[in-house]
Design a protein around this ligand. Structure first.
Ligand SMILES: C[S@@+](CC[C@H](N)C(=O)[O-])C[C@H]1O[C@@H](n2cnc3c(N)ncnc32)[C@H](O)[C@@H]1O
Length: 193
């Protein structure tokens, strides 16, 4: 498994991505056609920036990607990228100074700092997903998609249930590039109810 991690680490370094996480998004995007030329995208928990780098290339100059993280981003921002330095708990989705218009895709790779206590970590991850879903309920286009990172744990079924109430189609995705031993899993919601 270390070889797989090294493979993606080296590939990211060679291809100029800030982290190997870019390949998880690439895999999901290639399979589920998430991002298009001109897409408007909100990337929650974007530091160190590899998803933003992948998205920026994919959406082109007519698209826009807005990233939010509580850690300051240090990558060079292209013209179609914007960064908001904030904790997700402090974001007001209706603040027109923060976001103008609606998004085609809202993705979240947010992860809480691990305490090592499974239930606590699971609840914290669930809270971050709830925040992302709340923003999506205000700012995602009706035909848009929401992609959330979650963890198999005590809150997983609750999260899937919540997504099924908000979205007509819900898919659970485990990218190959996500380490096998990791409990990380992605949930994709399409078509707001
Ligand atoms: C796995 S990293 C994201 C990696 C990123 N997708 C990339 O490709 O470079 C998870 C991020 O979630 C952010 N995060 C966790 N809790 C947050 C919160 N409450 N508000 C904002 N960002 C948060 C962390 O700061 C961290 O940068």
């Amino acid at each position: 498994m270390k070889t797989v991690q090294d493979h993606y680490f080296n590939k990211a370094k060679k291809e100029g991505f800030a982290a190997r996480s870019a390949y998880k998004l690439q895999e999901i995007d290639q399979k589920h056609q998430l991002l298009k030329n001109g897409s408007q995208v909100l990337d929650l928990g974007c530091y160190p920036g590899s998803w933003m780098q992948y998205i920026s290339k994919k959406i082109g100059s007519n698209g826009r990607v807005v990233g939010i993280d509580r850690t300051e981003l240090r990558i060079a921002l292209k013209e179609n990228m914007r960064f908001i330095h904030s904790d997700i708990d402090d974001v007001d989705p209706d603040d027109p100074g923060l976001f103008a218009g609606f998004f085609d895709v809202i993705c979240s790779d947010m992860a809480p700092n691990s305490t090592g206590i499974k239930n606590v970590d699971s609840e914290r991850s669930f809270h971050l997903c709830q925040m992302a879903l709340d923003i999506a309920s205000h700012k995602l286009k009706k035909t848009g998609s929401v992609l959330l990172k979650s963890f198999h744990g005590s809150t997983f079924d609750r999260l899937v249930k919540l997504m099924r109430t908000d979205y007509q189609q819900v898919k659970i995705i485990k990218p190959k590039s996500s380490r096998d031993e990791s409990k990380e899993v992605f949930i994709l919601g399409n078509q707001k109810r």
